[in-house]
Design a protein. Structure first.
Length: 202
């Protein structure tokens, strides 16, 4: 498993061409803590305040907030699940008029296809598509994940499948990575941080 977190040479070249260094202004934005998955290793599971009503902003309000900075941003959007945020695709369309986005998502929602059809892929640095194997098995969404990844790639988006080295699935990660590579998808494997069966990882 020594090379399973290595992006292939072609992808490295693509990433270098669209280097982070061309974005002097970058911001991490946890757009929501709401999520349709319940991953055992998710840090949000035990920290989300379920009684607090989240703030909802329109695309124009969000655009205005960034315009006030008079800067062009790379906005790294995470969650929760970003695609659950109201009018998320519309927000992305408005923001990409002047900014670039990077999105981390489980790509399980129907509006991912709307995103693929409406958003200019040249304005998306990358989409980090989270595999979350156990949750997909529970919901029978394995094929759905692959189809969406391939459709996004076909549309010209830079897709990287991310996997978590969660102890119960350690023995399966190498095969999963190879499967995605066989589909023509690049992968990144992230180490699990936390406790599992009384042992602290890493």
């Amino acid at each position: 498993m020594g090379n399973m977190n290595i992006i292939n040479l072609d992808k490295k070249q693509q990433l270098n061409a669209l280097s982070l260094r061309q974005f002097p202004y970058r911001i991490n934005w946890e757009i929501t803590q709401n999520c349709n998955f319940s991953c055992a290793y998710c840090s949000n599971v035990n920290t989300v305040n379920k009684t607090r009503k989240p703030s909802i902003f329109t695309d124009q309000e969000i655009q205005l907030a960034f315009e006030k900075t008079q800067k062009s941003w790379l906005i790294l959007i995470t969650g929760g699940e970003p695609f659950l945020y109201p009018d998320f695709v519309k927000i992305c369309k408005t923001l990409t008029e002047k900014h670039h986005l990077q999105i981390t998502s489980n790509i399980s929602t129907a509006n991912v296809l709307d995103f693929a059809n409406q958003i200019d892929p040249s304005r998306i640095f990358n989409i980090s598509a989270s595999w979350h194997k156990a949750e997909r098995q529970k919901r029978n969404l394995q094929d759905d994940f692959e189809k969406k990844c391939l459709y996004l790639k076909e549309k010209g988006f830079n897709i990287i499948v991310n996997l978590i080295a969660y102890p119960p699935f350690i023995d399966e990660i190498e095969n999963d990575v190879q499967h995605f590579h066989d589909l023509g998808l690049d992968t990144m494997v992230f180490g699990f941080r936390g406790f599992y069966e009384g042992k602290h990882y890493p």
